[in-house]
Design a protein around this ligand. Structure first.
Ligand code: NAD
Length: 483
């Protein structure tokens, strides 16, 4: 038996766990459903690693204006853990198995549903939340396929509501700074963009261990990961994608590669791997207390292994992807995503009518048991502005602290604290969420068909998001200085 994520569920354990959670519910206290005056009521669905950021925001950092009233998950163990973390901060959210999601909405009456479940399940909870009269906030990617995208768009229209998509990358100070430079006409209007994103063999490999390695759940890296990158470009340029051409393959995380590296074969998972001593992709879940608590100890409930072999044949996502996007303004993007690289981060260049911006970040990526590759400088930001015919200028990067280059904190303040007018228009709704995932979905189609895909073919009724004013393609330009 499998749930909608494809995670294997054993009927007996599921029924037993459902009973266990029902008991837990009783002990959560009936008073939990009573509204605290003046505080916005939230529930979270999907109690994995990402949910903790929201849990802390609602029960600690921003508890003054917010209240966490419900938690929901398919896995009763992770649900219970989430409840314990909330209780440590004095919150008493009621806990519900995913099959009781609608009951949760009816009983705890949230104003906001926060969706942090696996990607392909987002549409289900967003649509049900909107139809129940709630606001929905979702983690990226908004969803994984054009069909699910259409469901969300239709539900937004039917309920006259927008879905908030939390694109934390927009909020990281150096990326906001790039937006500021582009908006300020520093390089004129942008005619093309060259963008290369690298994932290393620590963090990058991790996508091939988990549910992310199944396209039906994650949409592949073109959707799951590149949604951040396509959204950044859409937002940086302030325009919408029109056509996508792409090519993708998997050549590194394969059984053949395991053999080339001296292993006899791929295996099911690290924990039981007979060749763990020889494999440097080995992940010891028991060595990391957080992984042990969140995943290893909860396997008994749903059979979800967080340490599956990165070389196993049933993986169906790509590790090497190249994409060309044409935008409505005529701007073109040349993008690549590579998941087995020597360092992690990205290089991007904006080619404008007055010059070029080159921007690079070496990202910190940490996975249990491993750190940055040798020589890589943590979170190093470089931004350079080069006029068409002038001396390059190094730009002092804007800085921040906390998760995702400081982006998470800025974003959480805006979402759960005091929202201030934002000239960069970083707050994204379903329109930005869809334009970003539709590039990935179009790329996925190209991978199999080899043909260019028009975004307009994929969903009906999608209108452009609100964007900050950007330099146009028809304004007057100064003649470049003498060469
Ligand atoms: N913005 C970012 O930088 C960022 C970072 C990490 C994850 N994410 C996103 O957050 C989401 C969660 O990722 P994660 O890393 O926490 O994954 P995870 O595997 O750690 O957690 C997922 C949780 O959802 C539960 N779940 C599975 N199927 C479900 C269903 N049908 N209904 C309800 N719950 C279900 C699982 O039991 C698990 O507790 C994903 O959409 C991911 O893309 C975003």
């Amino acid at each position: 038996m499998s749930d909608s994520t494809g995670i294997r569920l054993d009927r007996r354990t599921l029924l037993q766990s459902a009973g266990g959670v029902a008991l837990g519910l009783a002990s959560a206290g009936a008073g939990a459903a009573a509204a605290a005056p003046g505080r916005k009521r939230h529930v979270i669905v999907g109690m994995g690693s990402r949910s903790r950021m929201y849990l802390t925001a609602l029960t600690k950092t921003f508890r003054e204006g917010n209240e966490l009233v419900g938690l929901c998950d398919t896995n009763p163990g992770r649900l219970e853990l989430g409840g314990q973390v909330a209780a440590a901060e004095g919150a008493q959210p009621r806990r519900y198995l995913a099959s009781k999601f609608d009951e949760m909405l009816a009983e705890v009456k949230p104003e906001v549903v926060i969706v942090t479940s696996p990607d392909a399940t987002h549409d289900e909870y967003i649509v049900r939340a909107l139809d129940a009269g709630c606001d929905a906030i979702t983690e990226k990617p908004l969803t994984t396929t054009p069909e699910k995208a259409q469901r969300i768009l239709d539900a937004c229209k039917r309920n006259s509501r927008h879905v908030r998509v939390l694109f934390n990358y927009r909020y990281s100070p150096p990326r906001t700074q790039v937006k500021d430079l582009l908006m300020s006409n520093a390089i004129g209007d942008v005619l093309s963009v060259d963008f290369h994103w690298l994932l290393n063999t620590v963090h990058g490999a991790d996508y091939f261990r988990r549910w992310h390695s199944q396209k039906a759940i994650s949409g592949g890296l073109m959707v799951h990961k590149a949604t951040h990158h396509f959204d950044l470009v859409n937002w940086w340029l302030g325009t919408e994608p029109e056509q996508v051409l792409a090519s993708g393959k998997r050549e590194f995380y394969t059984p053949a590669m395991a053999r080339r590296m001296g292993l006899k074969s791929h295996h099911e998972r690290c924990r039981t791997c007979p060749e763990k001593a020889a494999c440097t992709f080995y992940l010891d879940l028991a060595a990391d207390p957080a992984f042990q608590a969140l995943y290893l100890n909860q396997e008994k409930h749903d059979g979800y292994f967080r340490d599956r072999c990165v070389f196993r044949p049933e993986i169906d996502i790509e590790d090497t992807m190249n994409v060309i996007v044409r935008y409505k303004t005529g701007t073109t993007l040349s993008y690549s995503l590579n998941a087995f690289n020597a360092w992690e981060g990205y290089q991007i260049a904006f080619n404008g009518t007055k010059g070029r911006i080159e921007h690079q970040i070496v990202e910190q990526a940490f996975t249990a048991g491993a750190t940055l590759p040798p020589g890589a400088e943590k979170d190093a930001v470089k931004t350079r502005l080069i006029p068409l015919r002038g001396a390059p200028r190094e730009i002092e990067p804007w800085t921040g602290t906390g998760g995702h280059g400081g982006g998470d904190e800025v974003m959480l303040r805006e979402v759960f604290g005091q929202a201030e007018p934002d000239k960069y228009k970083r707050a994204a709704d379903e329109r930005s969420g869809l334009y970003s995932i539709l590039i990935g979905a179009a790329a996925n189609r190209c991978f199999s068909s080899g043909r260019a895909v028009n975004i307009a073919e994929l969903v009906k009724g999608l209108s452009p998001p609100q964007v900050a004013p950007m330099p146009t393609h028809d304004g007057k330009l100064p003649m470049p200085g003498k060469a």
